[in-house]
Design a protein around this ligand. Structure first.
Ligand code: XMP
Length: 319
């Protein structure tokens, strides 16, 4: 695609102009955006770039392995893998307010990036895969320009104490353009086509207080849901699908036993840029199959519901 080839060349030049001989840290989240940003920046400045993948304990099943192997094996780009789950889950302990969760996570990301920057003798820039819709949604809203709906951790949510300047080479792009750029840069199709995943991860899919046990339960349930979506051949038709673990227990019956366990909500939407979205009209048989599997296979969940809210008035994530 000639336009993407031209964009790539231009973006590389811009990055070189901005960064000069400076050192850059790039935070990887496991999503397409930060991966594309990292590969692009690596092409522009080579080993002036250090990629840092922070596992906050709120990633999807298998995520860490996939990111690490993409960078180390497929691209041969050095990658620092930080297991910060104790830090993040510790600071999030007992926190229920969605915006507080986002602020805590944004702040801890910066702490971890700062610490990694210090280890390499300091960095001048922090690179992020911020997209155009992230920029718009963090500063504007349906109600008017002064309302923040959600602080995306990679835009408005950064604490003022951060000293590094930002490098955001995707700031003018929409998701489909980032995917095209990813293909242009040779990212594997399976990676380019992945559903978006928010920086705060499963934290914003566990309304109420977060625990490691809840994150584990959610990861297991979500892996089954996504597996069934893939088996049904629907993955690429859907913009984003995920599960939400509700802070509500309900009564059920398994065999002869009374159960009292959590409710899991399934969400799937179609969209072109994440700014508006429609809920995905699964067949009932599909939903029934997923519910049966999750309740049988995941301890701690005894009821599954499907979210039929579009955006607006709902947002895609629940927090
Ligand atoms: P909402 O929930 O605002 O989500 O309708 C729109 C899209 O943005 C993703 N999202 C985020 N991505 N950092 C990110 O990188 C964030 O803090 C964040 N919050 C939401 C969401 O998954 C959806 O694709």
């Amino acid at each position: 695609d000639w336009t993407m080839a031209a964009y790539r060349a231009e973006a590389i030049q811009k990055i070189r102009n901005q960064v000069g001989k400076g050192r850059v840290i790039c935070g990887l989240s496991g999503g397409v955006d930060s991966s594309v940003a990292a590969v692009l920046i690596h092409e522009a400045i080579g080993d002036q770039l250090t990629c840092v993948y922070v596992d906050h304990g709120l990633m999807r099943a298998g995520e860490s392995e996939q990111v690490v192997s993409l960078f180390r094996e497929h691209y041969n780009i050095p990658l620092v893998h930080v297991d910060a789950s104790e830090l993040f889950l510790g600071q999030l302990d007992g926190v229920t307010d969605p915006e507080k969760k986002r602020k805590i996570i944004g702040g801890l990301f910066i702490d971890v990036f700062d610490a990694e920057a210090n280890k390499i003798g300091g960095a001048d820039f922090l690179a992020q895969g911020t997209l155009y819709p992230d920029v718009i949604e963090s500063v504007s809203a349906i109600g008017g320009p002064s309302v923040t709906i959600k602080s995306h951790h990679n835009v408005g949510g950064l604490p003022a104490r951060m000293k590094m300047k930002l490098v955001e080479p995707l700031r003018e792009l929409f998701k489909d353009e980032v995917r095209a750029l990813g293909r242009e840069l040779g990212l594997p199709e399976a990676f380019v086509g992945r559903h978006p995943f928010p920086g705060p991860g499963l934290a914003i899919r566990i309304p109420g207080a977060i625990t490691r046990e809840k994150a584990d339960t959610l990861r297991k349930a979500d892996a089954i849901y996504i597996d069934e979506i893939r088996k049904a051949g629907l993955y690429d038709e859907i913009w984003q699908a995920f599960s939400v673990l509700l802070p509500v227990n309900t009564v059920g019956v398994m065999g002869d036993e009374r159960t009292y366990e959590a409710v899991l909500a399934l969400r799937a939407v179609t969209s072109t840029d994440g700014m508006t979205a429609d809920y995905y009209p699964f067949e009932h048989a599909f939903l029934g199959r997923v519910a049966t599997r999750i309740i049988n296979e995941v301890k701690g969940v005894n009821r599954v519901v499907y979210d039929v809210t579009s955006k607006p008035p709902g947002t895609i994530e629940w927090e």
